[in-house]
Design a protein around this ligand. Structure first.
Ligand code: SF4
Length: 349
């Protein structure tokens, strides 16, 4: 078995400093290395001008320095959204999306290769879970997109994978991304989306982070949620919503409820009434998303009129709601599709 190399970009500043010391370098060299990695997002050791050449050579031979380069890139002619497919060192691929908004640029990152949650409407679930991403691999999706597009103001962890199923890497990623000595992105501009892993939501509430939590709800009641999301077998819809509301109370951060509208499945007037009842008095915000069709699934997106009617009904019942602006429609929006296409083409090839 080959020994795992130290993963430099996943280390905290203190860990990099201790690592430098253990290698016979001065502690401040570790700090310099940390700043090159996170404040300057250096794509190679060559860029790290003030570090000793011999140490850089040793680092490059003995350590993991995660840098992602795009394997494929799709650019929307409509709104400038860019979908990236990045190759990982072991040959797996991950999908990342860059979205230019008026209020600033946003990037949606993946947290795992594949996903074991099995949501019926999701392309990422089809091939199952392959492995967790390291903190460096999640971070590098942001850094690689920034190298090409300039500074990002918001990061959403909503791509392939269930972030709280890769809990330790997720928390470390958030701390590294927001560290004032590194990339220093405000935690308030980071959103983490979960399908509702209740114990991890409770744990996350105690981490002292200021991130926004989004619950992928997608159903107004337990029966419908069970049909769409196997996670509901483990954690009842009420339990998941309550855990999110407790998160909001503990952290002072508003929770968002994501709701993908699927024609004839969860988009009726009755569904809207049920949803309003479920979230009554929660103070949460509902994000309506017309579901993206997935080739391997039969779900169809709700019609515009049904989406509007759903929104109006929620508003009449006192629920805050927005319809998510669709980005990159012309580049085949559904998350996980580009990766699936790449995998099947590679196999056929
Ligand atoms: S929607 Fe999210 S949690 Fe569900 S299968 Fe897809 S990636 Fe996993």
């Amino acid at each position: 078995m080959t020994e795992k190399k130290p993963d430099l970009k996943s280390m905290t500043r203190e860990e990099v400093e201790a690592f430098a010391e253990a290698a016979g370098e001065k502690r401040y060299r570790g700090r310099q290395l940390y700043e090159w990695m996170h404040a300057h997002q250096a794509a190679s050791f060559d860029e790290m001008k003030n570090l000793p050449e011999a140490w850089k050579r040793r680092l490059s031979e003995t350590c993991e320095y995660t840098v992602l380069t795009p394997l494929r890139r799709q650019v929307s002619a409509e709104d400038g959204t860019k979908k990236y497919l990045f190759a990982l060192a072991d040959g797996h691929v991950v999908e990342t999306v860059f979205m230019p908004y008026r209020f600033g640029n946003s990037v949606c990152v993946s947290s795992q290769v594949g996903c074991r949650m099995g949501c019926r409407f999701c392309a990422s679930a089809i091939g199952g879970w392959e492995r967790d991403l390291t903190p460096a691999e999640i971070l590098e999706q942001v850094y690689a997109v920034e190298r090409e597009n300039g500074k990002i103001s918001h990061v959403v962890v909503m791509g392939t994978g269930e972030p709280l199923d890769n809990y330790d890497s997720l928390v470390r990623f958030v701390r590294l991304l927001s560290d004032e000595n590194g990339r220093h992105l405000s935690q308030r501009n980071i959103t983490v989306s979960t399908c509702g892993l209740v114990p991890q939501i409770k744990k996350l509430a105690q981490e002292g982070l200021q991130i926004t939590l989004a619950l992928s709800l997608h159903a107004p009641d337990q029966k419908k949620r069970l049909e769409l999301m196997p996670v509901a077998n483990r954690y009842d819809i009420h339990e998941a919503v309550e855990a999110c509301l407790a998160y909001a109370k503990d952290t002072g951060r508003r929770v968002t409820f994501e709701y993908s509208l699927i024609e004839g499945v969860n988009d009726s007037g009755e569904d809207a009434e049920q949803l309003a009842l479920l979230l009554k008095g929660s103070g949460g915000h509902v994000n309506l998303i017309p579901v993206n069709p997935v080739a391997e699934r039969t779900f169809r997106r709700s019609r515009r009129a049904a989406v509007e009617a759903f929104k109006n009904k929620l508003e009449k019942n006192g629920i805050n709601v927005t319809i998510r602006r669709e980005m990159g429609r012309d580049i085949d929006g559904a998350c996980g599709q580009l990766r699936r296409r790449h995998i099947s083409e590679t196999r056929e090839g």
